[in-house]
Write a protein that binds this ligand. Sequence first.
Ligand code: SAM
Length: 250
Amino acid sequence: MAEIDPDRPHPARIYDYLLGGACNFAPDRAFAEQFLRVMPGAADAARLNRAFLRRAVRFGVDAGVTQFLDLGSGIPTVGNVHETAPGARVLHVDNDPIAIAHSEIELADAPNATAVLGDLRDTDAVLAAAAEVLDLTRPVGLLMLAVLHFVDEPHEPLRRYTDAIAPGSYLAITHGTADGAPDKREDVLRLYASSGSPATPRDRAQVADLVDGLVVEPPGVVWTPLWRPDEPAAGNPAQSLTYAVVARKV
Ligand SMILES: C[S@@+](CC[C@H](N)C(=O)[O-])C[C@H]1O[C@@H](n2cnc3c(N)ncnc32)[C@H](O)[C@@H]1O
């Protein structure tokens, strides 16, 4: 299982720093600052991603979903799943022990939400943990936000999860892409590779392919701020650096 290595930057804590959080170490902050030099909009992109999380959870609540499996959940700070869906059962899974330790603190007052350490590629273990707290015979909101670009071969895990969830469940994804800044692609790849967490940005068609076999909800695969925004999206949506999609299992 993953070990705590505060000397190496980690995606959970880099993202926390970009969100303005305090659960990060010097190497995470140094990496984030380097990333911001390549991609000055990265902090806005992190906030836009978290805002999508709330819209995606609300989408599920409106559809009657009362349980959520959040894979690659990071540190569930303000406005996270259990706050958007009070009373829902939530399992957070992340492969960073520090993110999980902080999750346990954040979730101390949320009796229906728990967090476990796990790698989403280890589908048997994750599904076993999920079956302990969720009823997988009933619809689940499966959240995989800003995580699949850290997974080299996501199709097989995705197949396992979508096979395991009941009809009426839905999958929400945000995914890093270089479509909006192709000239920065190599710099970003090099930077992440140097951190020990290589990233695989995918284009729009590749993101659409991740939900193949499910029914894609309108408006389809779009820049994250354009997925059913609460208010008209400001600025250039490509600066979100991610695509969003929600798809339903029928
Ligand atoms: C950019 S953060 C996104 C956090 C959260 N999903 C959100 O959108 O606010 C990516 C998270 O994915 C986690 N992660 C990366 N690879 C993972 C894997 N193979 N299994 C589980 N978690 C993973 C990282 O530790 C990190 O917390």
